[in-house]
Design a protein around this ligand. Structure first.
Ligand code: CA
Length: 514
């Protein structure tokens, strides 16, 4: 009898239009309402109705998401999205990585619903969030003035930091370097002074898991490598869109970096060693300095149990010749990932309220920390992960498995979720970065109209390839950046760089008001 009542309730919920409660009131609908969803990103290639986070969300909102993901057999979200489009059947909700570019292209053509009015009228928490950060509202606005997706908003300021073997400095009687000249002295001492004490000249002074982090050293010479958390991205300089690889600071930085590379101060295998570089070079007591994420890099101090005195500490960005101290990498406040509403969705109000739920306290906590009593307990009014959960492996990986921290869901991250499993040494480093004014504003991307996009697409990819080719050649010592520079700039111009910058500039002014 109870089952029958439940099924009737479910039937009623889907067949009739259900009354929607007032804003902010839970549940969102009186009777359960089913909405279909395509959810696809690298770590989850389908929506799982059994995720504890999803079950809790159902219970709180009465909105039941049903998996309708296309392309779950691939972990390539772009491929999956193209399959979805080809099927011609867009579910009520679509959540995926890089959804921004898809909805900005297909939204104006009618495949996705504009959300502006819905947010204004029915999403008080999301609206408040965007009202407080107008630059984020601008960043998610399409060229036609509409908002077509609700993004994942990362939290926390810092990403990567400079790290150095503190015990090697101590051993060699050196201080933490404060300037780029002092960095060079330290790296030379690492190369020549046998700080690992094995009698061999085997130390790798500067190393990186991503070769782009070797190029990042040009920032120590007043150059730039990116305007955002994406490598090789455009940047905004005094209201003007520029590309870092077409600026004189970069030229000077590359000149110096090529010298460092030739002198063995930078890992000779930096372009080929790959993602295991940090693990290998630290475990083998060979690597001296890098630029990498605070939390995971600090974690290597566990090696002190095997390597006597091992201490790998964050240090502040050293000053460039002009005196600039720059932490070029930081967490970006808005991602191109998140979710959107398909054109055929017949419950836009309920759906926007569901989107809004993740910006309210209960939903935000759920998306960030998981389920109370399972992953965390409330202690003094704050969610605290249980010891059992903290001991169960990397916290983010565990959360993905229960439906938490999904980047294909639009939600505001809460950095407190990460602090709880960030070690003391990382927190010390973050405090050090907090003392200085090292961060710079980020380029949050532009939404180009069809004509602008056409100009961009025509040239950008080949320009970028050419820039990276020259970059690597100069660092490896093929060609001389100073001698080649005028030809390089002329080639970029001939390939259409100024046209690309000009369409981006017009999009930028339209979107952010210049
Ligand atoms: Ca040695």
């Amino acid at each position: 009898m109870r089952n029958l009542t439940l099924s009737l309730a479910l039937l009623a919920g889907t067949a009739l239009s259900t009354p929607v409660f007032a804003d902010g009131h839970l549940p969102i609908v009186e009777e359960p309402l089913e909405l279909s969803i395509h959810l696809h990103f690298k770590r989850a290639t389908a929506y799982d109705e059994n995720w504890p986070v999803e079950q809790a969300a159902r219970e709180m909102t009465n909105i039941h998401l049903k998996n309708a993901t296309v392309g779950s057999n691939t972990d390539n979200s772009e491929e999956a999205f193209n399959l979805l489009l080809a099927s011609g059947d867009i579910p009520d909700i679509v959540g995926t990585t890089r959804i921004k570019e898809y909805v900005n292209q297909y939204g104006p053509e009618g495949a996705f619903q504009p959300l502006n009015d819905l947010i204004e009228e029915h999403a008080p928490n999301l609206k408040a969030f965007l009202d407080e950060r107008p630059e984020l509202r601008a960043a998610i606005t399409s060229a036609d003035g509409n908002i077509y997706y609700v993004p994942y908003f990362p939290d926390g300021k810092y990403g990567r930091a400079y790290f150095i073997r503190q015990d090697w400095l101590d051993k060699l009687g050196l201080e933490t370097p404060e300037t780029v000249a002092e960095v060079k002295t330290v790296l030379e001492a690492f190369r020549d002074g046998d700080p690992n004490g094995n009698g061999l000249k085997d130390e790798v002074p500067y190393f990186a898991r991503q070769w782009e982090e070797a190029v990042r050293l040009v920032t120590l010479f007043d150059g730039r490598t990116s305007g955002s958390d994406t490598y090789h991205d455009f940047m905004v300089d005094d209201g003007q869109i520029k590309h870092p690889y077409a600026t004189e600071g970069y030229r000077d930085g590359i000149k110096n970096l090529a010298e460092w590379y030739a002198e063995g101060l930078v890992d000779s295998e930096v372009f080929t060693r790959g993602s295991s570089a940090r693990d290998f070079l630290l475990s083998e007591n060979l690597g001296g300095m890098t630029h990498d994420w605070f939390a995971s890099t600090s974690g290597y101090n566990r090696l002190s149990s095997e390597i006597d005195g091992f201490a790998f500490k964050a240090f502040a960005p050293p000053a460039s010749p002009s005196g600039r101290r720059l932490a070029e990498h930081r967490r970006i406040p808005v991602k191109p990932d998140g979710w959107a509403m398909g054109f055929g969705n017949e419950h836009p109000i309920e759906t926007i309220k569901y989107f809004d739920f993740y910006f309210a306290e209960e939903g935000r906590r759920l998306a960030n920390f998981g389920v109370e009593g399972q992953q965390y307990e409330m202690v003094d009014g704050e969610p605290k992960f249980t010891q059992e959960f903290l001991d169960g492996g990397p916290v983010n990986a565990q959360l993905y498995q229960v439906g938490g921290q999904l980047v294909a869901r639009g939600f505001p991250q809460d950095y407190n979720y990460e602090i709880q499993w960030t070690n003391e040494i990382a927190l010390e480093g973050i405090a050090l970065y907090d003392q200085g004014d090292y961060l710079t504003d980020q380029f949050l991307g532009v939404s180009m109209n069809t004509d602008e996009q056409k100009t961009f697409d025509k040239s950008w990819s080949s320009i970028r390839t050419y820039m990276l080719e020259r970059q690597q050649a100069w660092i490896l010592g093929t060609g001389n950046v100073e001698a080649d520079w005028d030809d390089y700039m002329a080639t970029l111009e001939g390939m259409g760089l100024n046209d690309v910058l000009s369409v981006m500039q017009s999009a930028y002014v339209r979107q952010y008001g210049g």
